[in-house]
Design a protein around this ligand. Structure first.
Ligand code: XIL
Length: 356
């Protein structure tokens, strides 16, 4: 009993000291900066997709990124259209900036994305050549990008969104037309040959829509794995919405983890609060609280999977002010854990609460 009370008193004193931090050298009270940040409290890497222009030119944005995250995904800078604008020209500047920035701040970089049906430069869309020339173009793009960052970028989204929206088949794409359905397997092999140490991911959305899309992704990934293709992880984008029931997020995360056994990356998390495109919607406290609950549930579920499968969580963008959602869907929305004034929202607190 005495020991328990002593322990309790000790604990209270310790807490009091840390919180008020009476410095003993001078008799002054100094405020303590309690280092609560996603990067410090999360037991797995916590990241964001970043816009290189904002990182360079906006101090508030940069400081928030440095404080909160230890993993970065380039929002656009490594997409084919940007990084490979002409057949014989690569535009490395933004991608290099991001990789240097991450190094400087002890962050990892997750590469996004080597192969996608979207964001292709005109020279690829208009390319004329036989199947050998197409294969050469494809391999050379993948290997040039991966090789440049060998040893500096430890993981890649190799193929993005190869399945159709519903998960009933493959998505029509230039790559499918020109290279056939095995382009997916070959992309992984090419990336692996360029950097055998890199962790390679298949990335897609809609795992949380229901069993059809979820299982299509799981089956694709398992098929690759069983065929000996070098694939190490599944990226689930998780662009979700405040009115989707928890069970959909839970089964996306836990079933994919259990059934594939691979690394799991919640790769593009955001939670829209205006999925019905109401042009006059206002972000109320009620909406903020509902969104906070969803963030908490997703992060808690992810925290609960096998420790060695937790690759990390990445939000898609940093604040409500730079989110891709309002511009893409032409509506007001507030999908992220930080508001447009760089302040932490209730969603942020509910993520942190999972870690404490
Ligand atoms: C989005 C970017 O955020 C936008 O700036 C760009 O105009 C289009 O692409 N799934 C993905 C991401 O894999 O690459 C997309 O990013 C969002 C959906």
């Amino acid at each position: 009993m005495t020991t328990a009370i002593q322990l309790l008193i000790g604990l209270i004193m310790l807490t009091a000291c840390t919180k008020s931090n009476l410095t003993d050298n001078e008799n002054t009270l100094e405020p303590v900066v309690l280092d609560t940040s996603l990067r410090n409290l999360s037991p797995f890497p916590f990241g964001a997709a970043v816009n290189v222009g904002l990182l360079k030119n906006n101090n508030n944005y940069r400081q928030l990124v440095v404080r909160e995250f230890n993993s970065l995904t380039p929002e656009n800078a490594m997409k084919t259209r940007f990084i490979h604008p002409q057949q014989d020209t690569y535009a490395w500047a933004d991608a290099d900036y991001l990789v240097d920035f991450a190094d400087e701040h002890n962050m990892r970089v997750h590469g996004h994305t080597l192969v996608w049906y979207k964001n292709l430069p005109d020279w690829i869309i208009n390319f004329q050549g036989d199947s050998i020339a197409w294969e050469q173009l494809f391999r050379s793009h993948i290997q040039t990008v991966v090789s440049r960052y060998k040893g500096r970028i430890g993981s890649w989204d190799v193929v993005n969104e190869a399945l159709n929206n519903e998960g009933t088949g493959m998505r029509p794409s230039l790559w499918l037309t020109k290279l056939g359905p095995d382009y997916i397997a070959r992309a992984f092999q090419y990336a692996h040959d360029a950097d055998p140490d890199a962790l390679l991911f298949y990335n897609d959305y809609g795992n949380e829509y229901g069993p059809t899309k979820r299982n299509a992704i799981i089956n694709l990934v398992k098929g690759l794995k069983d065929a000996g293709v070098p694939i190490h992880g599944v990226g689930m984008q998780m662009h979700t919405r405040v009115n989707r029931e928890d069970q959909f997020h839970a089964s996306a995360i836990t079933n994919t983890a259990t059934e594939t056994g691979l690394l799991i990356h919640i790769a593009e998390l955001d939670i829209a609060v205006n999925p019905d495109n109401n042009p006059d919607l206002v972000f109320t406290e009620t909406l903020a609280a509902q969104q906070a609950q969803k963030y908490g549930h997703i992060v808690e579920t992810f925290t609960g999977i096998n420790t060695n499968q937790r690759f990390g969580i990445t939000t898609w963008n940093v604040t409500d002010g730079d989110s891709w959602i309002p511009g893409t869907y032409n509506r007001p929305d507030w999908p992220l854990p930080f508001d447009a004034s760089y302040q932490r929202k209730p969603a942020y607190d509910s993520i942190i609460a999972v870690f404490e």
